[in-house]
Design a protein around this ligand. Structure first.
Ligand code: AMP
Length: 289
């Protein structure tokens, strides 16, 4: 990733009042604002969103908030990596103007009880595996949109279903913001970058590369003319099983807009995988166009 060390360090903002004031003065100056929402523990995937925002907007505001409302009680909220000092250094090198890192009470003040009921694309896949996840995601993202008042918000295709939930919410509620979904950034061996990859032992990391390998095999089959979705599902499962990934949560071939399972690959399809390796849950996907 290219870095620009000449740019000033971003201003770190912890409170809603301070954020609103900072945003108001930028808007008065007519600046086009890009928003990159994250949970921190930043890697090149997050930074690619910042770079695209920098290209398309006058200023970029990154947010770092590990949102408790999108984790269920049995998930990794407490051990989710928090590396704020390192994150700030990385963002300083990537020309971010403001970093909004609120405490929990700034986002969810006492008495908070209003939630977004997410759209139907939230129901399958992640929605089945993590029943309250998208309710928490949609709620915090809508709140961040209201606070930051950005012109464009940047999300990764890595969390494909999440990006669809947000696009749908923006359309359904006529939110005045443009959503940009940006490509998946991968490690050299193909593994999708994720803050959760650091949980993996060396042996588990070796198994995990099978996820992108499986998607790659499926993509090659589609490029060679395969159109039968079950053949692709079988291929995906075979590669995962060969790597002895025992807990496959889902392997889906669906329409990219409706998330309906497909029999045949038409103009557009997407393969999505969720597995658990040891205690770590990993997701990845590949769009076929
Ligand atoms: P997170 O911090 O995991 O909530 O991710 C924040 C944003 O970064 C989301 O829009 C993710 O989809 C995106 N993101 C995470 N990993 C990647 C990746 N490997 N490539 C591109 N975007 C990513």
């Amino acid at each position: 990733m290219v870095t620009d060390v000449s740019h000033p360090i971003p201003r770190l903002i912890h409170t809603v009042d301070e954020l609103r004031a900072a945003v108001a003065s930028e808007r008065q100056l007519g600046k086009r604002i890009g928003l990159v929402p994250t949970m921190g523990a930043l890697h090149d995937g997050h930074l690619s969103l910042v770079e695209i925002s920098n290209q398309e907007c006058d200023i970029t505001i990154a947010t770092i908030f590990v949102n408790p409302k999108q984790f269920s009680p049995n998930e990794d909220l407490d051990k989710y990596p928090r590396t704020i000092e390192r994150d700030l250094k990385l963002l300083a090198h990537h020309r971010v103007s403001f970093v909004f890192a609120p405490t929990e009470d700034q986002i969810y003040p006492a008495g908070f009880s209003t939630f977004v009921d997410p759209p139907s694309v939230a129901l399958p896949m992640e929605g089945k595996s993590r029943p309250h996840h998208f309710r928490g995601v949609a709620t915090v993202v809508l709140k961040l949109f209201n606070l930051v008042q950005a012109d464009v918000a940047y999300f990764g295709q890595k969390d494909y279903q999440q990006s669809l939930v947000i696009r749908r919410m923006v359309d359904d509620l006529a939110l005045p913001i443009t959503i940009r979904v940006c490509p998946i950034i991968r490690e050299q061996d193909g593994m999708a970058m994720s803050s959760r990859n650091q949980y993996l032992s060396t042996e588990e990391r070796g198994q995990a590369v099978a996820i992108s390998r499986a998607l790659n095999e499926a993509r090659q089959l589609v490029e060679a003319g395969e159109r039968d979705a079950d053949t692709l599902r079988t291929t995906l499962r075979r590669v995962l099983e060969q790597a002895e990934i025992s807990k496959i949560e889902y392997v889906c071939i669906v329409h990219p807009e409706t998330l309906d399972e497909l029999d045949q690959i038409g103009d557009a399809a997407i393969a999505l995988i969720a597995v658990q390796i040891g205690k770590t849950r990993l997701i990845d996907n590949c769009l076929f166009k």
